[in-house]
Design a protein around this ligand. Structure first.
Ligand code: DX5
Ligand code: ZN
Length: 220
């Protein structure tokens, strides 16, 4: 059970200090948005490089960008330990996944809420992680979409059926109130933005989220 806080709701004017507030996070989730794939603009590879140099936590880069085939390898070179592209934007997801891995990164494939997992079943061995969006991508602080829970369950079944080590990440609206549902459905990596950075003690929230997810998974 891993928690990867999204810095999207952190104070952009003081990101170094924000990273220091979550020392027990497993990863740092960095939402890269290009104003094309999603209607919001954040940061690029230069910022990922700066963040990677400012923390000993590994960087989990979530690319919500057009043309990931062209741009994703640059994020591994910038120091991201994991790079997730969106399948809706990728021209050749198998080639792209192999290319990210050949650069030494873990590779994730992201799906928006309305994108089914089934057409991509055979790609699972090529992936270190599947990211299932549980809100429409673009903004932090949105309400968790319960309609995504059956897809989390089906994705867990496919991962188990193929016997692969692929991690299953959920992203969007994950909080103390929703994380148990995600863990029961089979997720094992949890992005949380506003839940962590709007908390009085962000690091205590990371621990509380991890405990809730672990308890929920143990029950199932
Ligand atoms: C949304 C991003 C998420 C988001 C999570 O497009 O991919 O990572 O920032 O933020 P919360 O946890 O506030 O929904
Ligand atoms: Zn994200």
């Amino acid at each position: 059970m891993q928690i990867t806080p999204s810095i999207l709701t952190a104070d952009f004017a003081d990101l170094g200090a924000e990273l220091a507030r979550i020392p027990s996070s497993d990863w740092i989730h960095v939402d890269v948005m290009d104003n094309h794939f999603v209607p919001n603009l954040t940061f690029g590879a230069t910022m990922v490089q700066a963040l990677a140099g400012a923390t000993d936590r590994p960087i989990d880069a979530h690319l919500m960008i057009a043309e990931p085939d062209r741009h994703a390898p640059a994020y591994v070179e910038a120091g991201a330990a994991s790079v997730t592209f969106h399948v809706e934007a990728a021209a050749a997801p198998v080639r792209l996944a192999r290319e990210v891995r050949s650069h030494g990164g873990r590779v994730g494939m992201g799906l928006k809420p309305a994108t089914p997992i089934e057409p991509y079943e055979d790609l699972l061995p090529e992936l270190d992680m599947v990211l299932l969006m549980t809100v429409e991508p673009g903004f932090g602080g949105q309400t968790f979409l319960d309609l995504c829970l059956p897809k989390i369950r089906r994705t867990r079944e496919l991962i188990d059926k193929h016997g692969v080590e692929t991690w299953l990440q959920v992203d969007g609206g994950v909080s103390l109130e929703t994380i148990e549902r995600c863990a029961e459905a089979g997720a094992d990596v949890f992005v949380a933005g506003s839940a962590v950075f709007d908390a009085d003690d962000p690091d205590a929230m990371v621990a509380a989220l991890r405990d809730k997810a672990t308890e929920a998974a143990d029950r199932t």
